[in-house]
Design a protein around this ligand. Structure first.
Ligand SMILES: [Fe+2]
Length: 291
């Protein structure tokens, strides 16, 4: 049995130009800027301390942070992963400070994605107040690139304790709690974050943003549409540094009760597996042979 990840906590994204990323995140995405210094910027779309940390320089790379329930759970997870042969290291004091966490253990998935296990992340007493009314309710999931989907799937389901909710082609949509997916692994030729998802309250928010983004010449890369897998209505759009952002609402949950009868479904790699309304993705990792 794998370790017990509680929830996704943050994404760290190395960026060519901090100002451009902050402007995009605040004016387009609708996040709140929490803190900014010469080398990083912290932003959020819910009541957590931060959801995204942009770091100066694309070479600083990508990482995702995953919360464990306690320091003890983090220590136990590190011991368990080490015993099963996973290479890991403890975060340095500086790294823990930068991430606003008490506990930090860094592992790498087989593709080379940096996965950070954290405990006691900073809470925030102020509520999220977005720069614009995008209707965001929470930071929810990431799409990660994988150079070998079945090997990374085994790592996420075996070592990290996730469960496959559905597949699209070889891409597994994996949950670590009741949300249909907290991470999805999309075949690619290199490692990194492929997309970052924020939940919005309702489909009206998605349509409002669709027009808001279009009027500001943001490239819409998929949607508005509806995923047949999670049932979520969605909109994907292009952000800086080749990272795609997504709003969605109405994602399915798979509760403990549901799990008794739930069987993951295997959707073929075709457009209707990504969108049941007929929208076609302009996203390389979502494209099928016929596109
Ligand atoms: Fe997504």
């Amino acid at each position: 049995m794998g370790i017990d990840l509680h929830d996704i906590r943050y994404a760290r994204i190395g960026t060519e130009d901090l100002d451009t990323s902050v402007r995009f995140a605040t004016e387009i995405l609708g996040l709140e800027l929490m803190e900014r210094d010469a080398s990083s910027a912290y932003l959020r779309g819910d009541n957590r301390d931060h959801n995204i940390c942009y770091t100066k320089g694309r070479e600083t790379g990508h990482a995702t942070g995953w919360e464990m329930s306690s320091m003890e759970a983090l220590d136990a997870a590190a011991a368990q992963l080490e015993a099963s042969g996973v290479t890991l290291r403890a975060g340095t004091n500086e790294e823990r400070e930068q991430r606003r966490v008490h506990g930090l253990v860094v592992v790498t998935d087989p593709t080379g994605n940096t996965i950070e296990l954290v405990a006691r992340p900073a809470a925030c007493g102020r509520r999220y107040f977005g720069t614009r009314d995008a209707g965001i309710t929470s930071f929810s999931h990431v799409g990660l690139r994988t150079t070998n989907a079945s090997v990374d799937e085994k790592f996420w389901t075996g070592d990290l304790g996730g469960k496959v909710s559905d597949w699209i082609g070889d891409a597994p949509l994996i949950r670590i709690n009741e949300i249909h997916h907290n991470v999805a692994l999309f075949p690619s030729t290199y490692a990194g974050i492929q997309h970052v998802n924020f939940q919005v309250a309702e489909v009206d928010d998605i349509m409002r943003s669709f027009y808001h983004l279009q009027q500001r010449n943001v490239r819409i890369v998929f949607g508005p549409g509806r995923h047949p897998t999670s049932g979520a209505r969605f909109l994907y759009f292009q952000g800086p540094d080749d990272v795609i952002y997504e709003y969605s609402c109405g994602v399915r949950t798979i509760t403990e009760e549901d799990e008794k009868t739930y069987i993951p479904r295997s959707f073929p790699m075709e457009p209707s597996s990504f969108c049941m309304w007929g929208s076609r993705p302009d996203i390389p990792e979502f494209k099928t042979d016929g596109d």
